[in-house]
Design a protein around this ligand. Structure first.
Ligand code: PA5
Length: 444
């Protein structure tokens, strides 16, 4: 179960830095209802990229993914070639819940040394390469694919069995290539954007090899869908979106996402991409310049209590902090008593989980004492169901915020120009005039 504790955003707790609740919720009923209506109404149009809402209902695709996993029991290493939304979801969930024996590797950058180091550790006979690109054209992913494909072909006679493609059913160069070569291919639904794709084969295929309970993950995501349909008092994503909206209006331009869990260490990376790429926009839906967005920052508790919390407490009042806490451990560890170290007797006989939990609560309260707004999402425990719920919750939160700010949360026009410049610098055909322009501007 996912729950919201918003005590530390209330004005009765943090004074003028805070907000009144449920007054604020009541005051925004109309805009939140309008946001919800707009999302449900646009959902049937694939061009609106709201397909992620229905993906968790698609049990047939999940069955295909599971069948593929079962048919490939020989795999010892799975290499995911993908970047951004095509890697971060599976990376976050596999770090949290993945079990052996298959080792997962994510190649999401084009720095040569780590790729070479990885290749040196792999045996092509035991390696499956999952190339994931919705557009089927991302330079980083395609470059890695060219290298891994060649490495497989040189090392094997049946290399095609060692490649699985995840891409758009129609667009891009990967789909026709997979067809021509007879490679197994899964679909990224056209209506699902990269950063919203963790519950489709972009996420589920690698996660099947990590032995994650995918039925549970999708059931959790469906639970969040249920909440997003509920009345506002029970609608968690609408509520957290409103919290973000209210605090951005109060000048909190930084959003810290801080799970108290090492297993959730990659979740902030996934959240940062979801939040920043979706909500950092220059123009609203009418074309007017608005420059929306708050900057998401990663932190892990308790680790970053010893790195960032000093700033969070005593630095500028420009942050909203979202703590994520687990209510129950899946395993626990007792702290032993040791003679001669009685100065530590407050720890003797307590559990690690107790300490972790005390630190999460203590930090939240210490932040509130410094008038630093923070709210906590609690997960009953870290399993596929609760994590699926949290992931879908954060996608809904992003979608609601996009509506409140009247922007398109599902495109990313701001990253296009950098891509074009890269093509020009790399000598891609058709980009000669741009290359010339770059040279004139001193970029070579
Ligand atoms: O969220 C997004 O849309 C992006 O981060 C993409 O996932 C990323 O750019 C990779 O794109 P593609 O899957 O087309 O290679």
């Amino acid at each position: 179960m996912l729950r919201l504790n918003l005590t530390n955003i209330l004005s009765e707790r943090i004074g003028e830095q805070g907000v009144d609740w449920p007054g604020a919720l009541a005051a925004h009923t109309q805009s939140l209802e309008a946001a919800r209506a707009a999302l449900w109404q646009r959902k049937s149009d694939p061009a609106e990229f709201l397909g992620w809402i229905d993906v968790p209902e698609d049990t047939e695709t999940l069955r295909q993914v599971l069948r593929y996993r079962q048919a490939n029991a020989w795999v010892q290493d799975l290499v995911v070639l993908g970047i951004g939304g095509s890697a971060l979801g599976a990376q976050a969930v596999s770090a949290a819940l993945g079990k052996g024996p298959v080792r997962l590797h994510f190649v999401d950058n084009v720095e040569p040394e780590p790729i070479l180091a990885l290749l040196r550790t792999l045996d092509p006979h035991k390696t499956l390469v999952n190339v994931i690109s919705k557009s089927g054209s991302t330079a980083e992913t395609m470059a890695a694919f060219l290298v891994f494909r060649q490495w497989l072909e040189l090392g094997l006679t049946d290399w095609k069995k060692h490649v699985v493609v995840t891409t758009d059913p129609a667009k891009g160069i990967l789909r026709p290539y997979a067809q021509a070569e007879g490679l197994t291919a899964f679909e990224v639904p056209p209506s699902v954007g990269g950063r919203f794709s963790v519950t489709c084969p972009v996420g589920t295929l690698p996660l099947a090899f990590a032995e994650v309970d995918l039925e549970g993950l999708l059931a959790g995501a469906r639970k969040s869908n249920e909440q997003a349909r509920a009345a506002l008092e029970h609608n968690l994503p609408a509520q957290t979106a409103l919290i973000h909206h209210l605090f951005s209006r109060k000048g909190k331009n930084i959003v810290v996402f801080m799970p108290y869990s090492t297993r959730l260490r990659y979740l902030p990376d996934w959240f940062v991409q979801l939040h920043d790429e979706s909500l950092g926009k220059m123009r609203d839906r009418t074309g007017q310049e608005v420059r929306t967005g708050t900057t998401a920052v990663r932190a892990i508790g308790t680790t970053d209590q010893h790195a960032q919390v000093q700033l969070f407490r005593e630095g500028p009042h420009d942050k909203l902090i979202n703590i994520v806490r687990l209510l129950n451990p899946s395993e626990n560890l007792e702290i032993p008593a040791v003679k001669g170290l009685e100065a530590l007797d407050y720890l003797f006989g307590k559990s690690f989980f107790e300490l972790l939990d005390a630190e999460a609560k203590a930090t939240a309260h210490a932040l509130a004492k410094a008038k630093q707004p923070n709210y906590t999402l609690t997960l009953e425990k870290l399993d596929a169901y609760n994590l699926g719920w949290l992931l879908q919750h954060l996608m809904w939160q992003t979608a609601f915020l996009g509506e409140l700010w009247n922007i398109n949360a599902f495109d990313q026009p701001g990253v296009e120009l950098g891509k074009e410049y890269t093509y020009a610098l790399m000598g891609r055909k058709g980009y000669e005039p741009l290359a010339q322009e770059l040279r004139a501007e001193g970029v070579e």
